[in-house]
Design a protein around this ligand. Structure first.
Ligand code: ACO
Ligand code: ZN
Length: 165
């Protein structure tokens, strides 16, 4: 049904917290307590974005603003948006929800004048890697044993100032 597939994205509000925690637990092995989610939210409220369908939260993305060495230009200090976590519930995947969430989050990062955006992703997470590549991210390095279970991460990054609508 067409109506079922319709979704919208908007900024996270405090009332979304329980739904976001549930989706995180359902979709990812990296789980956090409510303090952590709110800490990320307070660091970068403009980029914490949720997707909604049929009055239910179906996905989220949250980011931090960080200062540090550029992942794209050697030895340059810069302001970076760190995509801490993104997930979409399985029933709503492959409909463009994560792409919309990422685009909205990136608009939010622009409010803080971040120059680049980066994230870590399991080297085995083909769907997420495909999503990030489609959004213009490149693999910039590998961190071995990044995750608690010993899995490796790719760091993926992209410039922010050349992002279209
Ligand atoms: N296989 C291949 N390519 C895929 C897949 C897949 N299963 N899923 C997404 N893609 C790629 C495709 O290129 C797709 O475009 P297309 O459908 O036109 O071919 C593009 O990504 C955009 O897909 P969306 O529909 O926007 O992505 P979706 O809403 O399905 O969400 C996500 C993708 C977030 C990775 C989802 O599968 C998910 O929640 N997975 C579990 C949680 C997770 O792995 N999160 C990322 C961890 S890393 C981090 O959080 C920083
Ligand atoms: Zn991270």
């Amino acid at each position: 049904m067409l109506l079922e597939n319709r979704f919208s994205v908007r900024r996270f509000v405090r009332e979304d917290l329980e739904s976001v925690i549930q989706i995180n637990q359902l979709c990812l092995p990296e789980n956090y307590n409510s303090f952590f989610f709110l800490d990320v939210y307070h660091n970068c409220p403009e980029a914490f974005t949720v997707a909604e369908a049929n009055e239910k939260i179906i996905g989220y993305v949250m980011c931090r603003i960080e200062h540090g060495f550029s992942d794209l230009r050697r030895f340059k200090l810069t302001k970076k948006g760190h995509v801490v976590s993104i997930a979409v519930i399985s029933e709503y995947r492959r409909m463009g929800v994560a792409s919309s969430l990422m685009k909205e989050a990136i608009k939010g990062l622009a409010v803080y004048n971040a120059n680049e955006c980066f994230l870590e992703v399991r080297t085995s997470n083909e769907s997420a890697i495909a999503l990030y590549k489609k959004l213009g991210f490149d693999i910039v390095r590998t961190i071995s044993h990044y995750y608690q279970d010993g899995a490796d991460a790719y760091v993926m990054a992209r410039h922010l100032n050349d992002f279209g609508p």
